[in-house]
Design a protein around this ligand. Structure first.
Ligand code: AMP
Length: 271
């Protein structure tokens, strides 16, 4: 490797397709010396995806223009649920406690379970809902808003892996969702997030909000269901759409501290 600017940080992003549709996506932030290793790891991930080997992989490497914002990851709590209906009921109660109006909670759950993009399929990004009125604010209903340019420092990554291992959650799903939710909660005017995966085999999901951290539900959808997605709930009084989209998509955030990772508990023990 030729000498390069060791102080520059890079965003390294991967998107892979198979059979003409999205297969895998992930991203990292690293120094010039990390780029080769991180890009190779992302390519390997696309080539060894459980749903099959990628047919096309696009890896983008871009130097960051500004200093990343440093922050702490949210705390993680797992709430034990008996099935996905119970999970949705408790997720709804969490959202209501954080200021989302009950009809907006119901609308969010309906949108995610039906597929919020045109044609009843999952969106590529997140949808934005006014937490009081339920009005949809994302400008492109198929794409939604993509959260990008966030990662952990090496030290925070090893601390997080260690803590997640103690509760049996050290996997890319949880790690990456926690990082994404951490960035979402730093966005002015976003008061909460609801997520479950569009992967038919991955039925866990979460609610994240400043007051409760990242609250994980082992079941938030029935096995085999293909629809999933993310909803960001917005307090319009403190929200500016263009600034929020710019922050979510472009401002680099590096988490250098880890929040508490709690062992699973019942709603009654937690509340
Ligand atoms: P996943 O957790 O990767 O299974 O993604 C679940 C859903 O979250 C996807 O169907 C998208 O709607 C949404 N999503 C995935 N990645 C992002 C992202 N980077 N930013 C915003 N929404 C996303």
């Amino acid at each position: 490797m030729t000498p390069c600017d060791k102080d520059l940080l890079y965003s390294i992003r991967m998107r892979a397709e198979r059979g003409g549709s999205h297969l895998s996506g992930a991203e990292r932030i690293g120094s010039a010396l990390d780029v080769e290793r991180m890009a190779a790891a992302l390519a390997r991930r696309a080539m060894t995806h459980p749903r099959g080997c990628a047919e096309s992989i696009r890896i983008t490497v871009e130097a960051l223009t500004g200093e990343p914002q440093c922050a702490r990851l949210p705390e993680l709590t797992t709430l034990t649920v008996s099935d996905y209906r119970h999970g949705r009921e408790l997720a709804g109660r969490c959202l209501e406690r954080c200021g989302v109006a009950p009809p907006v909670v119901a609308r969010a759950i309906d949108l995610l379970s039906a597929g919020a993009a045109p044609g009843g399929v999952s969106m590529r990004g997140a949808l934005l809902l006014d937490a009081t009125t339920g009005e949809r604010l994302d400008p492109d209903p198929a794409r939604g808003v993509r959260v990008s340019r966030m990662d952990l420092t090496a030290l925070a990554a090893s601390e997080l892996a260690h803590q997640l291992r103690t509760v049996g959650l050290d996997n890319p799903h949880v790690r990456e969702a926690l990082i994404l939710a951490g960035k979402v909660l730093l966005t002015p005017g976003i008061i909460a997030e609801l997520c479950w995966s569009d992967d038919p085999d991955y039925v866990a999901g979460y609610v994240a909000a400043a007051a409760i951290g990242y609250v994980r539900f082992p079941q938030l959808k029935p096995a085999g269901e293909e629809c999933g997605g993310r909803v960001f709930f917005v307090d319009r009084a403190h929200f500016e759409l263009a600034a929020a989209i710019e922050f979510l998509q472009r401002t680099p955030v590096l988490f250098d501290r880890v929040g508490l990772i709690r062992s699973p508990r019942l709603w009654e023990e937690w509340i």
